[in-house]
Design a binder for this molecule. Structure first.
Ligand code: TYM
Length: 335
């Protein structure tokens, strides 16, 4: 009897090496990436081509890109299970982005909130790459025929655009791309700043007390949580009127795998000081092994190099299959 081997569903995701990775990146994305590794074929890339849409210092970018890769591994991404590589090592990303940009409307791109935010923030450098950023992101995902894209809440609009572009291409040229779904975790998809809990925790925050860096030492983590902005009330509960406390409860829940309701019960009757200390300790306990593993990896450059070179080779093979198919569909002469 003929046996059919079912392909595992594919996952694609990545992070920009445009700053230090934060607890937001970890809880919103990385923690889910780790969880999904056994069930799916996973590809996790370092999006260095996206990072240069904002001016970067070249030496810093190179260093940070390697550090992001090492942080993926230190957090628990297993290079034996998942494909890890740098976006710039697979030229098909840029090639597919061109084709897709001819199938994306200016109006769609001008509605992207990330573009609007970043053009305000970098008013002296509103470059074309910043505008077409979501097209490159669509290419990243569609090249690998990804089924699922695990991201934090802020990336949903980009995934929606990716789906629109894929559907449009499939409609005009015939079935070509898998239309991907976003994967958003139950808790941790929107981690907010510890200093201004109405804003997202971000690696580009100029105030380091607003974010937890994945490699912050234990005492720094606890200190930052102790300084977290809350409110003048005394009650530990989640609610729109309590953004600071809600954020801390969410972080605690996401780190420990509990629900926010369970966290509320656990801390009922606590003072804010002890509550903040407990959340800080839980986060520090989660991140201490990450910091230790990262230090080990830093002294093993050959191992790390081997991972990203092999990763790029495998990724390029998968990508070139899609790209050839796309070239044929749009009418380019075969070579
Ligand atoms: P980036 O580099 O800003 O963030 C990487 C991932 O971390 C998530 N994230 C958060 N989640 C919860 N709370 C926060 N405060 C928080 N901050 C960041 C982001 O949602 C993201 O999942 N455009 C992407 C990078 C990218 C990409 C891709 C992602 C390029 N191509 C293809 C997926 C697939 C970005 O800027 O993420």
């Amino acid at each position: 009897m003929e046996q059919t081997v079912e392909r595992k569903k594919r996952i694609f995701s990545g992070m920009q090496p445009s700053g230090e990775l934060t607890l937001g990146n970890y809880l919103g994305a990385l923690k889910n990436w780790i969880k999904l590794q056994d069930e799916y074929d996973c590809m996790y890339s370092i999006m260095n081509m996206h990072a240069i849409t904002v001016r970067q210092d070249p030496a810093e970018l190179r260093k940070r890109s390697l550090e992001v890769l090492m942080q993926y591994i230190a957090c628990g991404i297993d290079p034996e299970k998942s494909i890890l590589y740098f976006q710039s090592h697979v030229s098909a990303h840029a090639e597919l982005a061109w084709i897709l940009s001819c199938n994306t409307q200016m109006g769609e791109l001008s509605r992207m909130t990330q573009f609007k935010d970043k053009s305000k923030k970098h008013a002296d450098n509103i470059n074309a790459g910043l505008f077409t950023y979501p097209v490159l992101m669509a290419a990243d995902i569609l090249l690998y025929q990804a089924d699922l894209v695990p991201v934090g809440h802020d990336q949903l609009q980009h995934i929606e655009l990716t789906r629109d572009v894929a559907n449009r291409f499939n409609f005009h040229y015939g079935e070509t791309f898998t239309v991907p779904e976003p994967y958003i975790g139950k808790t941790g998809a929107r981690v907010m700043s510890l200093q201004s809990p109405e804003n997202k925790m971000s690696k580009s925050d100029p105030n380091p007390n607003g974010y937890i860096w994945l490699l912050d030492p234990e005492e720094v983590i606890i200190k930052k949580f102790k300084r977290a902005v809350t409110d003048s009330d005394t009650e530990i509960r989640a609610g729109e009127d309590k953004p600071g406390i809600t954020n801390l409860l969410t972080i605690y829940a996401a780190v420990t795998g509990k629900t926010v309701e369970e966290a509320e019960k656990e801390f009922s009757g606590f003072g804010y000081g002890n509550f903040k200390q407990a959340v800080g300790e839980a986060v520090a306990a989660e991140l201490t092994p990450v910091r230790e593993k990262f230090a080990q990896l830093q002294s093993d450059k050959a191992y790390v190099e081997d991972i990203y070179k092999k990763g790029a080779e495998t990724a390029a093979k998968i990508a070139s299959k899609t790209l050839r198919k796309v070239y044929k569909k749009v009418g380019f002469v075969a070579w």
